[in-house]
Design a protein around this ligand. Structure first.
Ligand SMILES: NC(=O)c1ccc[n+]([C@@H]2O[C@H](COP(=O)([O-])OP(=O)(O)OC[C@H]3O[C@@H](n4cnc5c(N)ncnc54)[C@H](O)[C@@H]3O)[C@@H](O)[C@H]2O)c1
Length: 322
């Protein structure tokens, strides 16, 4: 694979715009396409809005927010200039199948085509590609310009070297790529999120506690803990640390956790209109009198503070410790 200097970003909605800003902050040139009217203006406004945040995170010396070109509804002949392509079109199998076939037909043969797809595994939409071995999923967490995780998910025909190069590329732009080795629906992070949300929905719809208190349970306990140590490391520590800490915790708390799991299964959230109404009402109470846009800005500021506190340095990949 040639050194990556120019990235093609296909589709500039929520995810494509955020990837574009991230790539620019790493000194890359970005060629962008999107068929929606007004997409170029929306992208320009987005980059302007998030650039100060990226500067606060620490951008590369040669980073330039203007080093991109909105080339039109598709990449056209510009695709030949791209050293890596990140696809961010809507999550529809027919659309992605047609789009991936077109990108694959026109991109240079040495170029990786990564899809941001959050649910569709790439095996579902590489059927018309001549070189499916260079296609995989590079699934970010929203917003990709702030969230380090990228799930790299190959399909069975993706070549090993493409997986390796994609992992290296995402690392080079300050991300924490993980290799998801099988195409399970929702990949890994969204499945974990769903498991927690399903239990949260169950507890709140049953009236066990309010949405506000449930959110507090997460932001004041497991949230901060899991921001610094994942569940496995946390459990090893909870079991006294050392090489048998994890095993000890399973033996010690495992029986109780199994009873909790049985109760959770017995009360699994069901998506009835009544349950959804109960949830919506409790969330409505939580939001009363709050300015959500201001809260979103505060969330992003705090995320930047947290990543900085954890030693995130965009310009020195080797020092990143998540
Ligand atoms: N929103 C999220 O939280 C999130 C997180 C991770 C991954 N994703 C994935 O990223 C992808 C994009 O999602 P999004 O939330 O940015 O959607 P979005 O609706 O915000 O943006 C999609 C963009 O694609 C454009 N588009 C439509 N047809 C196109 C085509 N043929 N070629 C190129 N562009 C086209 C649209 O004009 C739009 O700007 C999806 O696969 C989604 O699953 C989304």
């Amino acid at each position: 694979m040639a050194p990556i200097k120019t990235v093609g970003v296909v589709g500039t909605g929520v995810i494509g715009a955020s990837w574009t800003a991230l790539f620019l902050s790493h000194g890359l040139k970005v060629l962008v396409s999107d068929p929606a009217p007004g997409a170029a203006d929306k992208l320009a406004a987005f980059i302007k809005q998030v650039w100060p945040t990226l500067e606060r995170m620490g951008i590369d010396n040669d980073a330039n927010p203007d080093n991109y070109e909105f080339v039109g509804k598709d990449l056209g002949e510009h695709i030949k200039e791209c050293d890596f392509i990140q696809e961010n079109a809507p999550e529809r199998v027919e659309l992605k199948t047609k789009l991936l076939a077109e990108l694959d037909r026109n991109a240079r043969e040495d170029v990786i085509i990564a899809s941001s797809s959050s649910g569709l595994p790439s095996s579902k939409f590489v059927g018309e590609c001549q070189h499916p071995e260079r296609v995989l999923i590079g699934h970010p967490f929203n917003p990709p310009h702030l969230m380090p995780l990228v799930e790299v998910v190959p399909h069975q025909g993706t070549s090993d070297s493409v997986v390796k190069d994609a992992l290296a590329f995402y690392k080079s732009v300050g991300r924490k790529p993980v290799h998801v080795k099988q195409e399970v629906p929702g990949f890994a992070a969204n499945r974990l999120q769903s498991a927690l949300c399903n239990e949260a929905y169950s507890l709140v719809s049953r009236g066990v506690l309010s949405a506000e208190d449930l959110d507090a349970c997460v932001t004041t306990s497991i949230g901060p803990r899991w921001a610094v140590v994942g569940p496995f490391l946390a459990n090893a520590m909870g079991g006294g640390g050392g090489s048998d800490g994890f095993k000890h915790l399973l033996e010690h708390l495992g029986p109780a956790a199994r009873v909790w799991a049985e109760d959770m299964n017995a009360h699994a959230f069901t998506w009835t209109p009544e349950n959804v109404a109960a949830l919506t009402s409790s969330v409505g109470e939580e939001l009363k009198g709050k300015d959500v846009a201001a809260l979103e800005r505060q969330r992003d500021e705090r995320l930047v503070d947290m990543f900085k506190a954890k030693g995130h340095r965009r310009t020195s990949v080797s020092s990143i410790d998540y």
